[in-house]
Design a protein around this ligand. Structure first.
Ligand SMILES: [Mg+2]
Length: 282
C-alpha cells in the first residue's frame, strides 16, 4: 500500500466528533472548544523495543498508544476531544500492519468519542508513534498533582502490579467523578512509589502509605515499584468515602516534600525510569 492509499483508508476509518470543524485532509485540524472549558494537551511516544516488545500485535500497539494518552486526560478530570497520530514504520509494515495498528487505535477512539483529527506518516527502521490527545475540562477545574494537603486521604483505583502488556483501560469516568472532589490526582504510569513521590513533591507534602491493592498473581514489590498500571492515584479531604472500585491506601502528612513511607519505613521512588533501561520480563 502506498502512502496516499493508506491515508485514504485511515481517513475513512477516522470518523468525526463534536467540535471538530475540520478533520483529516487539510493543513491543520480545526476544533471549536466548548464554552467555559479549559483545553488539555498531552503527548506520548511508543517506540518499538522501548515501550513495547517487537512482535506485539499491531492492533494492541495502536490501542495502547492511544490509551496511554487518554489516561493522562483521565488524571486531569478531562473529556477527550480529539487525537493526532504521528507514525513512522518500516516499509514492510506499511500494509496490513499499519491497518491493524489504526484499527486498534480507532476502535478505542470510537468507544471514547475521540476522533482522529490528523497526523503524519513516515518511514523508519522501527515502529515509532507519537499520539497527542486534546481534552477539555470545566474552566479552572482540572485535577492537578499539586493540590494535596496534610490530612487528605490517599486512594487508588483498581489493583496494582499487573503485567505491563495487558490492555489499558483509561479511567475516564472516574476522572470525571473526581472533578470538584479530589484535591489532587495523577495517573500511575511509572509505579506508585515514584508517582506518589511526584504528587507529594508537587504539593509540598509527605505521605504515609499503609497498604496497596496487589493484583492477583502479582507481588507487593511489583505493586509498589512496577510501572504501566494506568490507574488513578488521588487525594480526598476527610471525611471521604472511596468511589466504587477504589481503595484507601494512606494519608497525606506534613513533612519533607516528596517523602513517602510504607508501613513506617522510607519508600524510595524506584518506579520506572527511561534512562535506566527497559524490562519486558514482567
Ligand atoms: Mg501521566
Amino acid at each position: 500500500m502506498n502512502e496516499l492509499e493508506l491515508v485514504k483508508r485511515i481517513a475513512a476509518m477516522a470518523g468525526g466528533g463534536r467540535g471538530l470543524v475540520v478533520g483529516i485532509g487539510d493543513d491543520c485540524a480545526v476544533y471549536r472548544p466548548p464554552r467555559g472549558h479549559d483545553l488539555l494537551f498531552t503527548t506520548d511516544q511508543m517506540i518499538e523495543g522501548v515501550h513495547f516488545r517487537p512482535g506485539m500485535p499491531a492492533q494492541r500497539v495502536g490501542q495502547r498508544a492511544l490509551a496511554r494518552s487518554l489516561s493522562d486526560i483521565a488524571a486531569m478530570g478531562g473529556i477527550p476531544r480529539l487525537c493526532l497520530v504521528a507514525l513512522a514504520l518500516p516499509r514492510a509494515k506499511s500494509g496490513r500492519w499499519a491497518e491493524a495498528f489504526y484499527r486498534g487505535l480507532l476502535g478505542l477512539a470510537k468507544r471514547v468519542r475521540t476522533p482522529l483529527a490528523g497526523g503524519d506518516l513516515a518511514h523508519d527502521d522501527k515502529v515509532r508513534c507519537d499520539v497527542t490527545v486534546c481534552g477539555s475540562v470545566e474552566r479552572g477545574k482540572a485535577l492537578r498533582r499539586d493540590g494535596a494537603r496534610p490530612g487528605d486521604l490517599i486512594y487508588v483505583s483498581g489493583a496494582l502490579g499487573r503485567r505491563w502488556d495487558r490492555p489499558i483501560r483509561p479511567r475516564l469516568a472516574l476522572g470525571r467523578k473526581l472533578v470538584g472532589a479530589a484535591t489532587s490526582c495523577i495517573d500511575l504510569s511509572d509505579g506508585i512509589s515514584l508517582d506518589l513521590h511526584r504528587l507529594c513533591a508537587a504539593s509540598g507534602v509527605a505521605a504515609e502509605l499503609d497498604s496497596v491493592p496487589v493484583a492477583k498473581g502479582s507481588t507487593l514489590e511489583r505493586a509498589l515499584h512496577g510501572g504501566e498500571d494506568y490507574e488513578l492515584l488521588f487525594t480526598l479531604p476527610p471525611p471521604a468515602r472511596a468511589p466504587r472500585g477504589a481503595s484507601r491506601v494512606g494519608r497525606i502528612v506534613r513533612g519533607v516534600p516528596g517523602r513517602v513511607t510504607f508501613r513506617g519505613h522510607a519508600l524510595k521512588p524506584r518506579g520506572y525510569d527511561h534512562f535506566r533501561g527497559t524490562d519486558f520480563s514482567r
